[in-house]
Design a binder for this molecule. Sequence first.
Ligand code: FAD
Length: 385
Amino acid sequence: MKRVVVVGAGLAGLRSVEALRARGFGGGITLVGQERHRPYDRPPLSKAVLLGDVDSSFVDSDLAELEVDFRPGVTATSLRPGVVVTSEGELGYDGLVIATGADPVRLPGDGPQHVLRTLDDALELRALLTPDARVVVIGAGWIGAEVAGAARRAGCAVTVIEAGAAPLAQAVGAEIGARTQGWYDGIDLRLGTLVGSVDEGGVRLAGGEFVPADVVVTGVGVRPAVEWLADADLDLHNGVVTDEHLRTSMPGVVAVGDCAAWWSRRFGARLRVEHWDTALSAPDVAAATLLGQEAVYDPVPYFWSEQFGHMLQYAGHHQAGSRLLYRGEPGGKWSACWLTADDALAAVLAVDRPRDLVQGRRIIGDGQRLDTERLVDPGVSLRDC
Ligand code: FAD
């Protein structure tokens, strides 16, 4: 293999370049990214960048040393076998990494609507979070909660509009989400409320009420950024479909990060997660696969979120309706544990209990069964349950 093209210059794209070099690939690598920035981390955008603690989050990596032909500001527009068509011409490849991430969903309406995906989004939004600005955040999911916290800390008058019965309801269920509701102190949190449209000067609710706003931030989720692949002879279903080696249905093409839906041997399911840890670790497997080396991607997925001074960490993969047990009470430090039918740990959400996360992730990996009576005692280490 002589030439590899990596499309998408986010973390997964950059790590793919690094992994190819680390595994001894000496051929040409072209890294195509539609943003004008060099690769950066996104988690700080809704945390340190929005809070004004830092101005950027560039990944510490030497592109010159990696001998990569980096093309910022270039968009891939279509794919056919052996050729990526871009906004600046065609690029032939022997191996291709698809790492185009995900795009935020926007709501109907002609009013100004901010999303938070890029560094430019974060800097633009930060400038608007001024004392007493009326900020409406649509969606109390991971991003919405972090934005609401930053806006409140900046002294804004914050309204959060959430369709579900509790914050985080869509991600972890309303029962757990309700445990975070008390954190929204000083915020007008409207649950079970649907937005009809974002209009000039505010938000029109589905019920007809108009909520005035100086700034509207939409945080209702993302979609895999695969529109450019619509006409390619490639399996797409909730992202780019891959096997456990991250191989797509097109020869010589792998996919990684937020855009990839891979087959998990461990969970017997196709997973697509929007987690930094996956963008960090999957590329090594994708690089091995491209180079004809044996590797399987089968992690216990992990992510974290920082909300209202709390650290939330999740590991595993749970099904809706799984048995749920708690360690600790809301108001303090607590964890939620999802169990399989035979009392193995399927997933854990640890709130300010990092040890539960670390031990839980290992227990999930080992498939260990737990003594549920000990599990609900937060004084007993998870590893001793
Ligand atoms: P991306 O980071 O989206 O990178 C993809 C790149 O490809 C982008 O630069 C995009 O412009 C480019 N691209 C797209 N289409 C094309 C095209 N056609 N041609 C060329 N280039 C293209 N995860 C956690 O685990 N914990 C957190 O606390 C956390 N916080 C987050 C906060 C924010 C604000 C955001 C946005 C995400 C957060 N995440 C968090 C998720 C995490 O950042 C993502 O999972 C990770 O960035 C995915 O990396 P990626 O490289 O797959 O995709």
